[in-house]
Structures are given as structure tokens and as C-alpha cells.
Design a protein around this ligand. Structure first.
Ligand SMILES: *Cc1c(COP(=O)(O)O)cnc(C)c1O
Length: 383
């Protein structure tokens, strides 16, 4: 959609993304660092994100759906491994194999599909194998895993590149489930390696898992959110300080004075107790500014402290509506606060994790809800 000056803008800093990838990789010097680019690269553009990561040396990518993998395949060189976290759906094995996609096999049915396709093609096709270590979302259950161990023909029919599992509580370092899942994962890995798959590699850690330390890192890391500028340990500082990657800004449409006793927006949920200046911004929940930020989120005008730079933050007031929201700009000098001026909603001077908490959610949701009207601009990267 052409931007006529009244659209929200999401500026994506590909250099910051790459710096975050390197910083996460540096926390696990004995592991390979991949990149999770599902859901269109957490809303930031999977093709751009993956190209920047590839240029920095990343060769292992993860998406959720086969369709995402097909699209990504077209934009990455051949030596990029693209893994499909949802595995191989019924009827999709030939297509995945033809495109060189690597499914994460999570059930006996998926293993049977991949085994059959490998036999049909007369070569062991590459795959990852997922075990459920306690999150109870995807992966082989203990009995299914035991049956696979006993089935040497199947184990050798396809090319198992690595064993994988996913942590349910990695963002809470003291949660006892972390150690339980780790023990289950180690046991499963040892049993497979004992079955003749001696060189089998392992992938266990998402962003928060990397921060749990060397025991959790294994061979291949799968960071997602940490690449995109969120600190998985927030509000705690933790061992990783990401650079902000996505900066959402919306222009001011109008500014008005509201007298004592007046109210702002639908439902009159915000009542003015002393005279205030209220700015209406051109972004709402249809653009991904969650309605849950009504009367609880913040916004900022960058560089509003004059020549010294610095931002002024202000509250979101009243309900976020579909195309607009209101902020209280009483504290901002008029010189920085006119129709057309851009106001930050996350990134820049507004910490994305703090804004997510204000909405009762997580940075993952703020990023992946960005709507189609939001203009994406890229800085840095190979481009
Ligand atoms: C989404 C996902 C990741 C990435 O997780 P982050 O918390 O974003 O780092 C890694 N592994 C699996 C299986 C996932 O589904």
C-alpha cells in the first residue's frame, strides 16, 4: 500500500539483527547458531531477515509451515538448510523432498511418510527427529520413541541429521521442568547414539534455552525472539542484552486541548482531571497496536529533549481503536509535537518487552501482529 504520510512505519534494523545473532552465538561458542524465521520472520519479513542472517554466516533456518519453507527456499542459496517445524504433512513428502526442505519428524506417521519417500527415491532423505521431553506439544512420546529404537530398518531408511526437543519453561531459569526436560533429552540422545547413530547431533535451545547455559546448548541453536530484539529474561537483565531491531512509529493526525471533565475515546474510559493536550495517532489494533494497551501502554517522541536528543515518553490514554489511538502529549514542547510528527510505539525509546508487559503479553505477539497497513522499511544488512 502506498504511504501518503498517514501510515504507521516499522523500521527494521538488519545490522542490529545480525549483531544479536552474533551475540547469541557468542554465548554458546561450541554450538552452531541457526535462526528461527517462522511467521514471516516474527513479522519482520522472513526473506529479508534470512538473507541478512545468511550473509552473516547462518546456514540453519527454521520455519513452522511447509509453505513458509517453500517461499524461503526461493530466496536462499542451496547450502541453507531449511527445517519445517511442523514436520511432513500427509501428501507433502514428495514436494518437501523436491525442494530440499528438512522436516522435523514428530510422530510415527510422519516418520512413515518420510521413510516411504526415501525408499521411493532410493536415498535416505535428510530429516530431524523430535522427541517430547515434557512440554507435551510436538514430538515422539516415550512409547513411540521406544518402538522406533527397536526398528532398525526405519532408523536407517532416512538420514536423521539431529535429535530435537523444545523447552516449555526456558524463560524461567529456576523452573524445575528445565532440568527434567534436559535429563529426558540426554537419555533419548544417548539411546539413539547407542543404536548406531553415533554421530547424531542435537538441537535443544531456543533463545531462552541458550541463556540457561552450556548444559542446554548442544550442537545447533534455534534462537528466534532474541534475534528480533527482545530479552527472553525480561524484566530481569539476564546475560543477554539485545539491540532493538524493530521500531514501530505512527504519525500524529491531530492534536487538541481537552478541559477538565472531558474524556477521550470510545467508552469514555479516560477522564481528564486537569487540562491536557491529546494527540491522535494513525495506528490502531488493525495495525497490530493491541487493544490491551488501552490506558496502560506508553509512547515516545524521539529527540524531543531539544538538541541534547533524548525522548519524552507519555501514556496511551483511552481505548485503542481500529485505526487510531490517543496519547497525552501535555509534557512535550509544541516544536516536537505537530501533526505529521512520528511517535514511537515500540523499539527506539520504548522497550518492546515493557510495552508487551503493559499489554499483558509478550514481545512475540507485538511483533507478529503487525498488520498489512504498516509500512516496512529496512536499514543495514547486505542490501
Ligand atoms: C519458535 C520456536 C523456537 C524459537 O523460540 P524463541 O523463543 O523465539 O527463541 C525454537 N524452537 C522451536 C521448536 C520453536 O517452535
Amino acid at each position: 500500500m502506498t504511504d501518503f504520510g498517514d501510515q504507521a512505519i516499522l523500521t527494521i534494523d538488519l545490522d542490529a539483527l545480525v549483531a544479536n545473532w552474533r551475540a547469541l552465538a557468542a554465548l554458546a561458542p561450541n554450538s552452531r547458531c541457526g535462526g528461527v524465521v517462522k511467521a514471516d520472520g516474527y513479522g519482520l519479513g522472513a526473506d529479508k531477515v534470512a538473507a541478512a542472517l545468511y550473509a552473516a554466516g547462518c546456514r540453519d533456518f527454521f520455519v513452522a509451515h511447509t509453505g513458509e519453507g517453500v517461499a524461503l527456499r526461493a530466496s536462499l542459496p542451496k547450502d541453507a538448510a531449511i527445517h519445517i517445524l511442523h514436520g511432513v504433512p500427509e501428501g507433502a513428502a514428495a514436494e518437501q523432498a523436491a525442494r530440499g526442505l528438512i522436516p522435523v519428524l514428530s510422530s510415527p506417521e510422519q516418520i512413515a511418510r518420510w521413510t516411504a519417500e526415501s525408499r521411493r527415491q532410493g536415498r535416505p532423505l535428510p530429516a530431524a527427529l523430535q522427541v517430547d521431553t515434557g512440554m507435551h506439544r510436538l514430538g515422539l512420546q516415550p512409547a513411540e520413541f521406544a518402538a522406533l529404537l527397536a526398528d532398525q530398518d526405519t532408523l536407517r531408511a532416512f538420514d536423521a541429521r539431529f535429535l530435537m526437543s523444545h523447552l516449555g519453561c526456558a524463560d524461567e531459569p529456576s523452573h524445575p521442568q528445565n532440568a527434567q526436560q534436559l535429563a529426558n533429552f540426554r537419555a533419548a540422545l544417548a539411546r539413539l547414539q547407542g543404536q548406531g547413530l553415533a554421530g547424531l547431533r542435537a538441537s535443544f535451545a531456543n533463545s531462552a534455552g541458550i541463556l540457561l547455559g552450556p548444559d542446554y546448548q548442544f550442537d545447533l541453536l534455534r534462537p528466534g525472539i532474541g534475534l528480533y530484539g527482545s530479552n527472553p529474561r525480561a524484566p530481569e537483565a539476564g546475560p543477554y542484552r539485545p539491540r532493538p531491531v524493530a521500531h514501530l512509529q505512527a504519525p500524529i493526525l491531530q492534536i487538541r486541548n481537552v478541559d477538565s471533565g472531558g474524556s477521550v475515546g470510545y467508552g469514555a474510559t479516560y477522564r481528564v482531571e486537569k487540562p491536557r493536550r491529546i494527540a491522535t495517532l494513525a495506528a490502531g489494533y488493525a495495525d497490530g497496536v493491541l487493544r490491551a494497551l488501552s490506558n496502560s501502554g506508553i509512547a515516545a517522541i524521539e529527540g524531543a529533549q531539544g538538541l541534547g536528543g533524548g525522548a519524552i515518553t507519555m501514556p496511551i490514554v483511552g481505548r485503542v481503536s481500529m485505526d487510531m489511538l490517543a496519547v497525552d502529549v501535555s509534557a512535550v514542547d509544541d516544536a516536537f509535537c505537530q501533526p505529521g510528527a512520528m511517535v514511537t510505539l515500540f523499539g527506539g525509546a520504548v522497550d518492546i518487552d515493557a510495552q508487551a508487559r503493559a499489554a499483558g503479553t509478550i514481545a512475540y505477539e507485538l511483533l507478529t501482529r503487525m498488520g498489512p497497513r504498516v509500512q516496512r522499511l529496512y536499514t543495514g544488512g547486505a542490501a
